[in-house]
Write a protein that binds this ligand. Structure first.
Ligand code: DC
Length: 204
């Protein structure tokens, strides 16, 4: 079974997806981290993103190697986020990563988060959730996490969302059968509870 969680930057996808996975005893897949890891490698060494993607190794739950180099420490920086959004417009990169994501998600129970899980990666996911929140609240959350200024985060986030929504291939959008959840003003626990209930799993 796959629970797909999509939405724009800072909507709470990672925190919520991780907590839902833990509650249900499912594994958790962070597809944004895969784009970010490739982005760090492209910034460091250049080359076509799809070629770097073929060198990507995910070790355990959260370590990322590209061509044998551990890029994990760099993936959360604003530069990695901006570059990930830029290279994510490249269809051959997306093909390479989506193929790997589908292979992983084909076995076992997963909560997977990203931008195109419900629309492209797993269109027959058992549950699709599309998380949204006001731009100001999303920026404030990210700024707290990064310890930086909300105005700068808001400017970067607006650019990235525009790029993710407007791209030709797999743009950020809710699947038609996704449940849209506005997390503005909600606590993480409230959102997690709502998603767990939506899965219909008994042990939530
Ligand atoms: O979720 P995130 O902020 O870690 O994602 C970083 C960037 O990667 C995001 O701006 C667009 C891209 N991305 C994507 O195109 N498709 C995904 N499934 C996940 C992320």
């Amino acid at each position: 079974m796959v629970v797909a969680i999509d939405g724009p930057a800072g909507a709470g996808k990672s925190t919520v997806a991780r907590a839902v996975a833990e509650r249900l005893g499912f594994a958790y897949l962070d597809t944004g981290a895969m784009y970010r890891a490739v982005a760090v490698a492209v910034l460091a060494r250049g080359g076509p993103p799809a070629a770097r993607a073929r060198e990507l190794e995910v070790v355990g739950a959260a370590r990322y190697l590209v061509g044998g180099h551990d890029v994990t420490a760099g993936i959360r920086s604003p530069e990695a986020a901006a570059e990930a959004s830029r290279i994510a417009t490249d269809q051959s990169l997306r093909d390479a990563l989506v193929e790997r994501q589908r292979a992983v998600l084909a076995t076992g129970d997963w909560v997977a988060e990203g931008r195109d899980i419900g629309t492209v990666v797993v269109p027959d996911a058992a549950l699709k959730v599309y998380l949204v929140a006001s731009p100001e609240e999303r920026a404030a959350r990210r700024a707290r996490e990064l310890g930086t200024d909300p105005q700068t985060v808001l400017a970067d986030q607006t650019l990235r969302d525009e790029q993710d929504r407007r791209r030709e291939h797999s743009p950020l959008r809710a699947a038609e059968d996704a449940v849209e959840l506005d997390t503005t003003g909600l606590t993480i626990d409230e959102v997690v509870e709502e998603v767990v209930v939506l899965t219909g799993e008994p042990h939530g």
